[in-house]
Design a protein around this ligand. Structure first.
Ligand SMILES: [Zn+2]
Length: 429
């Protein structure tokens, strides 16, 4: 029996129903240096609940946002794929909204200016809001005006007093990270010009559940959003979502377009009704959909471990690929340490030579795989598995194979073809 511990971030009802319990975990963006190997580490519970009144899926609070976001290891500009994604967005939205040197673009969670640079290049005035000072300073250095603060109603008033009401207000992967969801959306409403447009992208809860992406749960993501829920929250604050796109980023995301409810100049498109129906058909309007997820997560853990144990019993060597946040969450939840994975690799040089938080698996440059010739590579960034299997196709030289854990444990040959279930049962060999 789970005790009510906290109140829903949106409607205030007590939270009593578990969505997923990933145990206690270190903060997933922490990497330990060689001299920190014998030190203790803080662990925080990582439990997600859903509200049976409004169906918002949300994290039980265990770390303060200040602890989480004042320094950030992730520079958005370091990801080429993400840059390409936002560059084409900037081009599309500039044309769609007819933005020019008289417009104002505001981005909340502007990181190192990765996106705003594409508007600045077109001489469109921009303002970034970013609480993590190390990335914000990088944006300022590149000439992107950036305010180093958390966004809330108060900051929206401050921006209005500086004549920075937004024609376009952007928030990518920020809604999930907002502890005070109501205060945030209230500020967004306040900052938007009467005919302005909001676009926000976030990981789609429907994909998280249906594709078993439990490793995307983390201490820095307070809310896990369906379209149905975000539409409800926006409507409560006088905002209407008038268009929506399903996009492939992060294993399946949504891009919503919103306006003031009283602004009738932008009709609601058929995409909105279609997605509302799609979520309903998927069961997202019923509590059962949410309460059944924790069993799926546990089952996945058992399946991953069963397979890894079988490989180790057959003296196979396994190494990881990836040292990102999701990798940390999956490995810590499943209890996979260097007893299963000899090491992991990552292309980010900041992480090489360090150790994963909690599991203390060493992180090397990807070339280490060429040297040590493992039997299996455990691919943790499943959303780009194709790209990784292409890069590592040389494991064919020693008949290496890939294991991808999500949505379910699947084994691939070095050329990326899936191996059938019977073929990867090791029994009798
Ligand atoms: Zn609620």
């Amino acid at each position: 029996m789970i005790k009510a511990i906290t109140k829903c971030r949106f409607c205030g009802e007590p939270l009593q129903h578990l969505f997923a319990d990933l145990g206690v975990q270190p903060f997933c963006e922490t990497y330990l240096g060689v001299d920190e190997q014998n030190k203790m580490e803080p662990f925080y519970s990582l439990r997600v609940y859903f509200c049976d009144n409004c169906l918002l899926v949300q994290l039980e609070e265990s770390m303060s946002p200040k602890e989480l976001f004042t320094n950030y290891a992730y520079f958005s500009s370091h990801s080429k794929g993400w840059l390409k994604h936002v560059e084409s967005y900037a081009e599309m939205i500039t044309a769609k909204l007819n933005l020019n040197e008289k417009s104002q673009v505001v981005e909340i969670g502007s990181n190192d200016g990765y996106l705003l640079q594409y508007f600045a290049q077109r001489d469109i005035p921009v303002t970034g809001v970013e609480p993590a000072s190390n990335v914000a300073k990088e944006a300022q250095r590149r000439g992107i005006p950036t305010i180093i603060k958390f966004f809330d109603k108060e900051l929206s008033d401050e921006l209005i007093s500086q004549s920075k009401q937004a024609d376009l207000l952007i928030g990518n992967n920020i809604l999930a990270q907002v502890p005070d969801l109501n205060g945030f959306v209230e500020g967004v409403k306040n900052l938007l010009k009467p005919t302005g447009v909001i676009t926000m992208e976030f990981h789609h809860l429907m994909k998280l559940i249906d594709n078993n992406q439990f490793d995307t749960i983390s201490h820095e993501r307070f809310s896990y959003l369906s379209f149905t829920v975000i539409e409800k929250i926006f409507a409560f604050h006088g905002l209407t979502i008038f268009d929506i796109e399903e996009i492939p980023t992060h294993g399946g995301s949504l891009r919503i377009y919103a306006r003031h409810t009283e602004d009738n100049s932008k009709p609601i498109t058929s995409n909105v009704l279609e997605l509302r129906n799609k979520e309903k058909d998927d069961g997202l309007d019923k509590a059962e959909k949410y309460s059944s997820f924790s069993q799926i997560v546990k089952k996945t853990k058992r399946a991953i471990l069963t397979y890894l144990i079988e490989l180790k019993n057959n003296n196979k060597s396994i190494v990881g690929y990836g040292a990102h946040a999701e990798a940390n969450t999956l490995l810590n939840y499943c209890g996979i340490r260097s007893d299963f994975l000899d090491y992991t690799v990552d292309r980010n040089s900041y992480k090489q030579g360090k150790f994963l938080a909690g599991t203390r698996i060493p992180i090397f440059h990807p070339d280490k795989i060429k040297e040590s010739k493992p039997d299996y590579v455990f691919v943790l960034p499943w959303s780009i598995k194709g790209e990784i299997m292409d890069q590592l196709s040389y494991i064919a030289e020693w008949d290496g194979k890939f294991i991808v854990p999500i949505p379910e444990v699947t084994v691939y040959n070095s050329n990326g073809t899936q191996i059938s279930c019977e073929a990867f049962s090791l029994g009798g060999k």
